[in-house]
Write a protein that binds this ligand. Sequence first.
Ligand code: MRU
Length: 338
Amino acid sequence: MTRSIAWQDGAIEAVDQCALPHEYRTLRLSTVDEVIDAIQRLAIRGAPAIGVAGALAVALSARAHTRDGVCDEIAVRTEARRIADARPTAVNLSWAVRRVVDKLGGGADAVLAEAVAILVEDEERNRAAAGEAAKLVRRLCGPEPLRLLTHCNTGRLATVAWGTALGAIRLLAGEGHVTEVLFGETRPLLQGARLTAWELAEAGIPHRMLVDSAGPAALAAGMVDCVLVGADRVCANGDVANKIGTYSLALAAARAGVPFVVVAPESTLDTTLRSGADIVIEERAPAEVTAFGGVEVAPPGTGVFNPAFDVTPAELVTAVVTESGVFRPTGTAEERAS
Ligand code: MRU
């Protein structure tokens, strides 16, 4: 499977997620501003993918600010802050930027080596997390073929390769354990309709799309054996931020007695935050909601609330699964010390 993001001849190459499903094309990004723009437009999106892009963007910065073998660390740190702030909710972005900035003392080559290490690890860790999640789903749901529900896109496009929740679905399908995958279209930017549908078709996995508001009805109607989603940030108490619409699926899953499993690499855990109340939820432009396919659908001047993510409380989550197995919420380091 080809990687969705790579370092190639001094620049970042990434699948343009805005062009899919109509066109599969690659962006070549060679400046920090181009990477920030790609992250903010969601041409590169998904928590692990933006982490990797952010780390590689710091490498671009370090190379651009190196003269005669000397790196201007102040300039790079200033750009690194802008990169980390490009989107606020997925912790993977600031985590990855911090990890490479810590290597600045070793110069631009050390920064690039660390960014490439994050890229390589991302594929390995997501495959491992997906494997752990697939095992758990089989334990929770038994040997019968499964009807699964997912949301947004958590596949190879949202990561370097393979995917998290969609990676687990790939594994289960490969073992003949999947009858059907339902997925929400994921309003307003249609990551489900455009990207998950494309990935499931590519993988040959049977699937049907739902309007987002039909997810709870599908759960109530007994059409789903397990919900599998990704995450943008998981707090010390196990609260989970993920794409808007995840919370309503978790509520409906709890009501229907259906397992609700979150799959994410450990880079998505943020045990510095006590609970989901501390997570900054990105709000996006009203224009994403007031128009559809370029056609205005709301009267001019209509007020809009357009959060990109919501928070699912830990009590609605059956398990958060990482590459190390099931995450056990233990509180923040401060709470553990007190
Ligand atoms: O706004 P997006 O498309 O970046 O949101 C992505 C999600 O919410 C994903 O579920 C999450 O990042 C996990 S991707 C493996």
